[in-house]
Write a protein that binds this ligand. Structure first.
Ligand code: FUB
Length: 437
């Protein structure tokens, strides 16, 4: 059974569970997201409380990058014969399609010891007829791989390559059956020697092969890339795709895809778990190339990608811009971060701007606003910029519980607009959302 779709189009994109290491793929015109599923270590299982804990994988799909449907669990540690089901080690996966079959690659701790006496990580494959499953796991992991973070590229000539990491980044050819190696693993040379490298994601654009990966150049991971002319390299280190997390999340992990003419970077942050960076959430931002094929650095945003329909709840805490100082965000409920955030307009003329709101489909007559303002206050809603036309004014009598207010709006040209909400009085106002009706 499908879970109810989540409707955000803002970062993070999934808000009812933690989703890390997002591998995004386009299958049959839709975007499918195969992340790992962070949880808190369950009690009584002899697990490290401060470490990664992952028991299964969900798959999500979207046809607009805004509405995501959770198709539920596709593979769990209990279901795979070779996986140590007490290890909670189902780390970063990937999925590719070949000849109508879907191959889901995932790392996990093995039950049995390898030739080096270590249990360690193997990489398994589960196969399905549809991107959302059901997936049938192979009885054994891929022979010849000891590592994590599988990523598969099927090149234009049909040859498939698998990349993974274990200290270094490795590549090998895959056989036509997508289940066995067809060459000895090659440790990819000329990447930084110092600092952890993991999470390879390779894609091709205009004949250039991009090897992207998280790397600890300083204290925590940042996203870097190298460019080459062949899936097996040689690659030349080229630059940084995303700097270290402003929230100090130790890991990051990326996938990059083109969809409907735009390139996107999928990555993760710990914004829904600021105190524990092993509970991470998928974010999406647009990615652009320079004329010479190099990648422009991506700055993480709250706003994310896609339009927000004016008739939906517009959560301005995922703002595009804000006044400094005077505007801030905070969790609605610090004991339940999945409930999201509120916007705090704390001084006169404090404002937040939220870009790309779609007014094209309907004529709206009023706007509904949910606020908390114990001393009362006043808001103005302006169009396109902080100095833009005022389309609504909301006077707020003092109220000490969250309350909704509805006021008439001026006519809004049916187009995509940026919205700005300004506190026009000195009293602090907390804002949950606004929506047009
Ligand atoms: O999610 C567990 C590990 O953290 C992944 O396998 C790495 O890429 C890092 O994101």
């Amino acid at each position: 059974m499908l879970a109810a779709p989540s409707l955000w189009g803002q970062n993070p994109v999934i808000r009812d569970q933690f989703t890390a290491d997002p591998s995004a793929r386009v299958f049959n015109g839709k975007v499918y997201l195969y992340p790992s599923h962070d949880i808190l270590a369950p009690e009584g299982k002899n697990l490290r409380k401060e470490w990664f804990c992952m028991a299964d994988y969900h798959v999500f799909s979207s046809d607009d990058l805004i509405r995501w449907t959770d198709h539920g669990v596709i593979v769990s540690q209990e279901q795979v014969p070779w996986v140590d089901s007490t290890s909670y080690s189902m780390w970063a996966p990937d999925c590719v399609e070949r000849n109508g079959k879907y191959y889901f690659y995932f790392p996990a701790n093995k039950k049995t010891q390898g030739p080096n006496g270590r249990r360690g990580f193997g990489i398994g494959v589960a196969v399905a007829d549809h991107p959302e499953g059901p997936y049938i796991p192979q009885p054994e992991p891929i022979q010849g791989i000891f590592g994590i973070d599988p990523n598969v590229l099927i090149d234009k000539d049909g040859q498939a390559y698998i990349y993974w990491s274990m200290g270094q980044i490795f590549v090998a050819k895959l056989k036509e059956n997508m289940l066995e190696l067809d060459s000895e693993p090659l440790a990819i040379p000329n990447l930084p020697n110092k600092g952890l490298k993991e999470g390879p994601w390779v894609f091709e654009r205009n004949g250039i092969y991009y090897l992207t990966f998280p790397h600890v150049e300083n204290k925590i991971e940042r996203l870097e890339y190298a460019m080459g002319n062949h899936p097996m390299g040689p690659f030349t280190m080229t630059g940084i795709i995303m700097d270290e997390s402003p929230l100090n999340c130790w890991t990051n992990h990326q996938s990059i895809l083109e969809w409907k003419g735009q390139w996107f970077l999928f990555y993760h942050q710990n914004e829904l778990s600021p105190k524990f960076d092993k509970n991470r959430s998928t974010c999406i931002d647009s990615l652009f190339f320079n004329a010479d094929g190099t990648i422009r650095k991506v700055t993480p945003t709250f706003r994310g990608v896609g339009l927000t329909h004016a008739g939906d709840e517009i959560h301005l805490d995922r703002y595009s811009l804000k006044s400094e100082p005077g505007a801030a965000i905070a969790f609605l409920d610090t004991t339940d971060t999945f409930a999201g955030w509120k916007t705090l307009l704390q001084s006169p003329q404090a404002w937040v701007q939220y870009n790309s709101v779609d007014f094209r489909a309907e004529r709206f007559k009023s706007v509904r606003v949910k606020t908390f303002a114990p001393r009362g206050g006043a808001l103005e809603i302006r169009l396109d910029s902080p100095e833009g036309a005022v389309i609504a004014q909301v006077n707020l009598p003092a109220h000490d519980a969250w309350q909704e207010w509805e006021v008439k709006t001026k006519k809004v040209k049916p187009a995509v607009h940026n919205l700005v909400v300004v506190a026009t009085q000195g009293n602090p106002v907390e804002l949950d959302w606004i929506k047009f009706e």
